[in-house]
Ligand binder design. Structure first.
Ligand SMILES: Nc1ncnc2c1ncn2[C@@H]1O[C@H](COP(=O)(O)OP(=O)(O)OP(=O)(O)O)[C@@H](O)[C@H]1O
Ligand SMILES: [Mg+2]
Length: 702
């Protein structure tokens, strides 16, 4: 980076400055204290990186102004770049980044979407950030000893930054190795957990097998129990079925028995009936003479009694006025009445004997009465005859009736009348008795057969009752056997379930063994890989290959520094950079120590005088810039030395001027800031900075 134009507006003490730096190679920036020399040089750092002395972003804005801007045009890598940075007090900043090709008149915008993005592009194009710029190109006021007074680690870090393009890849590799180691550690941790889990699972094998064996035994036992219970229930069911059949037969036998009993009773009743008939007939036959005699007597007595009754009636009639005289009187009366009626009718119906009687109802009625009268006449005649006969009979009755005889005949009749129906019976008694005997024999035979059959049925029922007597017990036994069978089957199911669980576990154990083998293999591979990557991680760390590269760089740095130091000290001083030192605890520690020597001998940097230390500081700082300049892709073409002369004596100043003139070979633009007027004309070019009325000005003086 070679500055070509610097334009400041309200930047710190400057109001409006436009410096053409295109011809500047080795220049002194001069001016009194507070003129603005350091601000002018810092403006380059500010333009490129936004960095400066102020702790606030508004510190760059000139007091009393609202906005400041710095614009720097510079050559870099064959192209012209323009960086313009603006700051509005209390508001935002602006950064514009442009580029123009070697033969180009047009600026091309390189700015990103944000200030940070644009800044990143500038850093990338310059191949250095602000810190590296300050370490390599910008030796700020009072800052010359920054490197030498840093800790060894900080010095190494600066070297690391200078060599970043070469070391950056190791950073990436280190990070990649670190991530791989981390990933492998995580994978190994997972594998360890998996291994632990698998070992725990595998450890269950023996107990699982033992438990499985126990369950298998139990299963075999339960199965035999099932078989036994099944056989038992089968037998019991068959027995029960047989019992049921026998019970059916028993019911049938009982029904048959009851029927036979009924038949027997019926036969007994028939027998009794026939016996009764036989007994009655036999009794009848035994009484046959008596019956016949009494029956005849009854017949005779009945005729006598009839006769007695007639006589007595006659007698009664005679005794009650209703005797023959009465009958006679009643017949006469009746005859009179009828004759009267007839006469009355004949009077009333004169035409009775005429033809009219045929059509006249009244005449018909009269005629009927006439016929009735005729009939009555006939009846009267008959009655009179009967009357006569009756009178005769009454008279005889009265003469013949004897009450005592009548009563005695009645009594006799009643004692003998029973024989009359018996006599009727007697006629069929013998045949009936024979029939009854035959029937009795038949009934007796049938009864005998029935009794025999009844006995057989009874025996059958008894036998069947005996056989079926144990049915309830059998049913109970079946229930018990079925319960046992159920329990045994449950045991079988339970054992089968448990066996399935154990088998599953053993399968898992077998799988675990395979998986464990795989995991062990994997762990071994990952372990080997981890060892490789851990080694790589260490190798790619700053203390690894980068340290070796730095170590390899240190001699070159040492050589350049010694060349400059020899020039600044008239060959009296030299320095040594060491990268390792013995640790108190033993072994070597990485370091970057500066050992300075003069004619007296070697001693630590701190033990030298201020002027001597400044020579060492400048030598090392310039060597760092030179080293960076030699770096591929990061040419450092600017060197700013701000007030580095203060501790130097005259010889030292002379040596410094000589050194600056030589440095032009290495750096295309060297700016030496000094307030000393004596040094103003010692360099080929000057930039004079002055402050007038509160505003700084700067002019290039050829
Ligand atoms: N924002 C600002 N506005 C106004 N003046 C400022 C601002 N920032 C810094 N200054 C002043 O600008 C002046 C120039 O400072 P600078 O450090 O450049 O001086 P110098 O020329 O380097 O002096 P020296 O020889 O003492 O190093 C100082 O007085 C400083 O206080
Ligand atoms: Mg200054």
């Amino acid at each position: 980076m070679i500055p070509r134009r610097l334009t400041l507006q309200n930047y710190r003490s400057f109001e409006d400055v436009d410096l053409d730096l295109s011809g500047i190679e080795a220049a002194a920036i001069t001016g009194p204290n507070g003129a603005g020399k350091s601000c002018l040089a810092e403006s380059v750092l500010y333009a490129l990186y936004g960095e400066g002395r102020s702790s606030t972003v508004d510190g760059v804005v000139r007091l009393g102004e609202r906005e400041s801007s710095v614009k720097l045009e510079y050559l870099h890598d064959g192209a012209t770049y323009s960086v313009s940075r603006k700051r509005s007090r209390g508001q935002k900043s602006e950064l514009q980044y442009l580029m123009r090709g070697r033969d180009d008149d047009l600026w091309r915008a390189l700015s990103g979407a944000s200030i940070a993005e644009t800044q990143a592009k500038i850093i990338k194009d310059l191949a250095m950030d602000g810190a590296l710029f300050r370490h390599s190109s910008y030796v700020g006021q009072g800052d010359a000893a920054a490197f030498c007074e840093s800790t060894p680690a900080e010095r190494k870090s600066v070297l690391y930054g200078i060599l970043e393009d070469r070391l950056a890849q190791f950073g990436l590799l280190h990070e990649a190795s670190k991530q791989t180691v981390k990933a492998l550690d995580e994978a190994l941790a997972v594998a360890a957990a998996t291994r632990e889990r698998l070992h725990a699972l595998i450890a269950l094998r023996e107990s699982t097998e033992a438990a499985r064996s126990g369950v298998q035994e139990q299963l075999d036992l339960s199965r035999s129990k099932v078989a036994e219970a099944e056989a038992q229930t089968k037998t019991l069911r068959e027995s029960l079925a047989q019992h049921d059949a026998e019970l059916t037969r028993l019911a049938a036998a009982r029904t048959e028995y009851a029927k036979l009993e009924g038949e027997g009773a019926d036969l007994a009743r028939q027998q009794d009936e026939w016996q009764t008939i036989l007994d009655a007939d036999q009794a009848l036959l035994r009484e046959a003479e008596v019956i016949r005699r009494d029956a005849e007597a009854a017949d005779r007595l009945e005729a006598e009694l009839k006769e007695f009754a007639e006589r007595r009636e006659i007698l009664r009639l005679a005794q009650s006025g209703h005797g023959a005289a009465h009958i006679k009187s009643r017949a006469a009366q009746e005859r009179y009445t009828l004759a009267s009626d007839q006469a009355r009718l004949r009077e009333r119906v004169p035409c009775l004997q005429t033809e009219l009687q045929v059509t006249c109802p009244l005449l018909a009625q009269a005629n009927a009465s006439h016929h009735e009268l005729t009939s009555l006449d006939e009846q009267r005649t008959a009655a009179e005859q009967a009357e006569t006969a009756a009178l005769d009979a009454a008279e005889r009755a009265e003469a013949a009736y004897d009450g005592g005889h009548h009563a005695s005949a009645q009594a006799d009749y009643e004692t003998r009348v029973w024989a009359r129906p018996e006599l009727a019976n007697l006629a069929g008694a013998e045949a009936r008795a024979e029939g009854a005997k035959t029937a009795l024999r038949e009934v007796a035979k049938r009864r005998e057969a029935s009794e025999r059959e009844l006995g057989e049925r009874r025996q059958e029922c008894t036998d069947l009752e005996l056989k079926t007597a144990g049915a309830e017990h059998l049913a109970e036994s079946l229930r018990v056997a079925e319960a046992l069978l159920e329990a045994a089957r449950s045991e079988v199911e339970q054992c089968t379930r448990e066996l399935a669980i154990y088998d599953e576990r053993l399968r898992q154990v077998a799988e675990a063994n395979v998986e464990l083998e795989h995991i062990e293999q994997q762990v071994a591979n990952q372990g080997r890989t981890r060892t490789i990557y851990a080694t790589l991680q260490e190798a790619f760390s700053r203390d690894g290959i980068p340290a070796l590269i730095i170590d390899a760089t240190v001699p070159a740095l040492e050589e350049i520094a010694n060349e400059i130091l020899a020039g600044l000290s008239d060959g009296r001083m030299s320095l040594k950079l060491t990268t390792q030192r013995l640790k108190v605890t033993g072994g070597l520690a990485e370091t970057l120590d500066i050992i300075v020597a003069d004619q007296v001998g070697e001693r630590p940097y701190e033990d030298f005088s201020g002027g001597e230390r400044l020579r060492v500081d400048l030598a090392v700082r310039i060597a760092l810039g030179r080293l960076l300049a030699q770096r591929t892709g990061a040419p450092v073409e600017l060197l700013v030395l701000d007030e580095v002369c203060a501790p130097l004596d005259e010889a030292g100043e002379d040596a410094l001027i000589d050194c600056v003139m030589r440095l032009v070979e290495w750096f295309r633009c060297v700016l030496l800031i000094t307030h000393r007027q004596s040094l103003r004309d010692r360099l080929p070019q000057q930039i004079v900075v002055e402050k007038d009325g509160g505003a700084s000005t700067a002019v290039v003086v050829a």
